[in-house]
Design a protein around this ligand. Structure first.
Ligand code: BES
Ligand code: ZN
Length: 612
């Protein structure tokens, strides 16, 4: 197919060629029949009932029946369907397939010839995986309940009956009825003030896939950053959140200067209560973010650069299936680092590249360097799509783009990416289509580039290719040397940590040998008070170190951290480490019994598999 492929040895090329042909663009994670009849517009009218912890109401879908199909299929998970009306208001019979543990149940609705729409009356089930209902005590303000969703990857179907595949796009309007005194926000045009009656109207007039459906309801206030950007948070958190995120207005301009206009109108960030299960979610017009990025010194706002970048890579140009997840995340990590470089400088961005490189190495070690799951093109057929949520998609994906940049030069790379986003705007992209586009619009013109960039070795083969770019570790040299010296006996009081950012600290802690003693950690703690750090990334590494060394003085703070923080990336390594010894396992069980109600269903699912 491509000149670049010919550089590979034959046997490898043959096996990958077979795999590539096996339906590479099929989405295995939706029941829907969007190829024949596609739901193009949603009119949602729902009530948020905090007493019963239910969402109920109606979803009216406008249909485009491309192949005169006699039924339309939606995805549902744990939804109770009460009734369905056709476009004449007549009740229709429907069927629901048995629930598949991963992809849920298919809702099949018969269609009349020429039927334009239908309305589904429904209510959420007992444990919708996308939703976390917080009691007032689980919020910052402690007075009002809170609800938020996390729909990526295939969880929108647990709160809206929809055709839930990343390759299927639709526009939407919504009416959301909440108790008075709360504000509702969606991935749409949003209010900036509470309504008097608790009723809110939303509109998203750009077509988006279902995984970008989002809703948050709570005691939320807004503060503008500039004319197009702003921050939402609980009132108790808003001043801190606004201070930390005051550069997001500039960040949007920086992103636009790199890869073209921001197409979504406003860009706001909602900082959620601490139970939020991930770092950030790129919901269009309104990034959802964990409060654990509020370090006080803006050192963790690259997470916002990441979610902002998704408004190009992901939201505008979307992975066709979850097997192509690296096209969303790898591009976004690359773009995020470019924003970071433009905002700070190259040395700063290189620290993030290096941390990412370490994460990628760890992922390959954990998965195994011949593991199929270390290919960029994944094979998630019949499997939970969140298995693909590893640093292969993120860091190997980004490193591949970094390699292309280094090979063709930055000017060519940026021209290519700008055209790529423009050309595929509001469309879906598969790995196979991307490779063809890459060849046609970049590599074709230069034989040397084709030889240098071994696409198959990166995309259709395991491990880390030898030509993976190694970031310059200039700013880490001192932290690395001091980590070594400290491990070899230097006292903490003799360390020179002046001007260290979060990342030098992370590097320092990561470089310490695995068997560093509790006494050494106590020495560090005396001088730098790390146990009491307000920086979640450093705290997480520190608690992991403390567990490995049995540095018990850090345990009370760690427990506190685990009770309130729901971010899986932080929880997972700590619980895994505790489960390695009998004493640790007992502690893990005790902590988790208390902490579990504070975690989102997605995090509960993850930690249930670790702690048992
Ligand atoms: N889109 C992802 C989060 C996601 C991916 C949720 C797949 C569920 C399934 C988001 O953009 C993300 O990558 N968040 C990271 C941020 C980090 C890489 C800066 C996170 O949450 O840690
Ligand atoms: Zn992302």
């Amino acid at each position: 197919m491509l000149a670049a492929s010919c550089a590979n040895n034959e046997s490898q090329h043959n096996t990958t060629a077979v795999e590539k042909k096996a339906d590479p663009e099929k989405d295995w994670h939706t029941h829907s029949n969007a190829d024949s009849v596609v739901a193009r517009h949603l009119n949602l009218d729902i009530r948020v009932d905090f007493d019963r912890k239910k969402i109920n109401g109606q979803a009216t879908w406008q249909l485009e029946n491309k192949l005169q199909a006699n039924s339309v299929v939606f995805d549902t998970k744990d939804l109770r369907i009460d009734s369905i009306l056709d476009d004449q208001g007549r009740k229709v019979s429907f069927t629901q397939s048995p629930d598949d543990v991963i992809i849920g149940s298919a809702l099949r609705v018969p269609l009349n010839p020429g039927q334009q729409s239908l309305t589904i009356y429904y209510e959420t089930g007992d444990a919708p995986i996308a939703l976390q209902w917080l009691e007032p005590a689980q919020t910052f303000g402690k007075k009002h309940p809170f609800l938020y969703t996390q729909s990526e990857s295939i969880y929108a179907r647990s709160w809206i009956p929809c055709q839930d595949g990343p390759g299927i796009r639709y526009t939407y309007e919504a009416t959301v009825r909440t108790p008075k005194g709360l504000m509702a926000l969606m991935s749409a045009e949003n209010p900036q003030q509470k309504s008097a009656d608790g009723v809110y109207h939303f509109k998203m007039d750009k077509p988006i896939p279902a995984y970008l459906m989002a809703l948050a309801v709570g005691d939320i206030a807004f503060k503008a950053v500039d004319e197009r950007t702003g921050v939402y948070a609980e009132p108790a958190l808003l001043p801190k959140a606004h201070r930390e995120l005051e550069d997001i207005g500039k960040m949007v301009y920086t992103a636009e200067a790199l890869y073209g206009p921001y197409r979504w109108g406003r860009y706001d960030v909602l900082v959620l209560p601490s139970g939020f299960p991930i770092g950030g979610m790129e919901n269009p017009r309104l990034t959802f973010a964990t409060p654990t990025i509020l370090a006080g010194d803006k050192s963790l706002v690259n997470l916002i650069a990441h979610e902002l970048a998704h408004n190009w890579s992901g939201n505008l140009v979307t992975n066709a299936t979850w097997n192509d997840f690296w096209l969303n995340e790898g591009f976004t990590v690359y773009f995020e680092r470019r924003i970071t470089e433009a905002t700070y400088d190259k040395d700063y961005a290189d620290m993030l590249w290096e941390i990412g490189y370490q994460d990628m190495k760890t992922a390959v070690t954990d998965l195994g360097d011949t593991s199929r799951d270390t290919w960029l093109k994944l094979d998630l057929k019949g499997r939970d799509p969140d298995i693909g949520l590893t640093d292969i998609a993120y860091e190997k994906g980004a490193a591949f783009l970094h390699l292309i940049e280094k090979t063709v030069g930055r000017a060519e790379m940026d021209k290519f990416l700008r055209a790529y986003f423009e050309h595929h705007a509001f469309q879906t992209i598969s790995t196979e289509k991307f490779i063809i586009y890459l060849y046609d619009h970049l590599l074709k013109q230069n034989a040397e580039w084709q030889n240098k960039i071994n696409i198959d070795a990166w995309v259709y083969a395991p491990g880390i290719p030898d030509d993976c770019p190694r970031p310059d570790d200039k700013r880490f040299r001192s932290a690395g040397a001091q980590s070594k010296a400290f491990a070899e006996g230097l006292a903490a009081g003799k360390l020179d940590t002046q001007n260290w950012s979060t990342y030098e600290w992370m590097y320092f802690l990561r470089q310490l040998p695995n068997d560093i003693s509790a006494e050494k950690l106590a020495d560090l703690d005396r001088h730098f008070k790390i146990t009491r750090t307000g920086n979640s990334e450093i705290a997480d590494l520190w608690f992991l170190r403390s567990l490995k060394a049995g540095y018990t003085a850090a345990y009370p703070a760690m427990k506190e951290f685990l009770y309130v923080t729901g971010r899986q990336k932080f929880l997972e390594p700590l619980y895994i480490e505790m489960m390695k010894t009998p004493d640790g396992a007992a502690m893990a069980k005790e902590i988790y019994a208390k902490a579990r109600p504070n975690y989102h269903p997605l995090a509960q699912k993850t930690i249930d598999e670790i702690v048992h």
